[in-house]
Design a protein around this ligand. Sequence first.
Ligand code: F0G
Length: 455
Amino acid sequence: MENSGHQLRCTGCSRVTEQRELKADFRCTECGDLYEVVYSSWSSGFAAAGTKRPNASALRWLWKERCSSNEEADQSGVWRFREMLNILRDEKNIVSLREGNTPLYLLRRAAKSTGIPKLYAKHQGLNPTGSFKDTGMTAALSVAHELGYEWVACASTGNTSAAMAAYAARAGMRSLVLIPEGKIAWGKLSQAMDYGALTIQLKTDFDGCVRVLAEVVGRAPVYLLNSVNPYRLEGQKTQAFEIAEALEWEVPDHVIIPGGNLANSSALGKAFLEMKHLGMTAKLPKISVIQAEGANPLYRAMQEGNGEALHPVEANTRASAIRIGNPASWKKAVRVIQQTGGWCEQASEAEIALAKAEIGAEGIGCEPASAVTLAGLKKLARQGKIQPHETVVLLLTGHTLKDPDYTIAYHRGDLLRTDEVGVLQAEITATRRNAVELRASADEVLRELEKAENK
Ligand code: F0G
């Protein structure tokens, strides 16, 4: 990794630049759009004349082989794919918590109920801080470390801040977290505190935190770790490599992803495009993005004008991770949906809650934002956009313990208003498992057991 060999290309005007020329807000100086990382030796439309592309089958073998190594970089499910994220000058600067290498589960019950036997969940909640953010954070924070920054910062709905705080602590760096007051799940807030971040709650929403932080990074030597940072996406790409690897390099027909700030969908899209470009895989999956009905600016943009323009909304959903009204990476998400032939759908509060309970009942569980994937899948299948014989992967982005208040309120019947439940009443009632309080008596417990048996 001596000479990192990457450049940055603007996704708006295609201007190519070097790392040292990036502005603190990662926006293009010409058109204000976001950058993506490109590799001079092999990126699509970018390879220098006469360069040799990496050998796909040799790489697949090497990545698998690294799983049995004791080296820190090899044990990371991000850095074992380092040939695809050549963003550091020196491997010594890697900051890792052994992220990635998460399981791809068959969702047996949901496969039956949706009539799609090959229905899988890629569980990114099983990362060190409990969300997919770790895969991107190890990449971008390592870059910050290599560049010699002391402070890193992010605005967050919770998971990014938890991941950033942990990785900064590992590197001996300091971190500043801006979060919307009272609007993030306690599990996530507690993580940022536990890992030692300067944690500031602002009296605004996520979009307001982003605005404040943009000014802060313009005025202080603080490295921005929100997903406008293109290095985050390079780490997040590895989720797609793992999916392909777990399916023996047969790409699934569909990958379904929750949409918030809309960076993750583009990270997966970039990865699948790169794998195909290098001859590692034969086709692209259709990538679909699902938003919460109350935070659906991309859904509206796609319905109203095929993704030409996005009008910010005032976001409101209990799936607090994706409570975002003005997503930074929306153009990248539109491009991925269109390049892969996927869709953007939305899910109501009741549909999300039911889907979360169903994923919980598989013994897998996830946080509310992740459950939009199953809710969206049901809709896409009903619309005939997903066929029963197809292979589908849902990306579960966060762990169920991130937001236990939500889960408990659901099972107690306190989460949703009657007008929100509507036609889902019967299904929701069937999935609820309210905890029972009894006297300390075996007789009473046995009576409960019998009741449960006859249910
Ligand atoms: N799922 C979870 C659990 C998330 O935390 C997020 C984003 C998303 C999905 C959406 O991903 O933004 O790339 O479209 N959380 C960010 C945060 C915004 O601050 O933790 P996206």
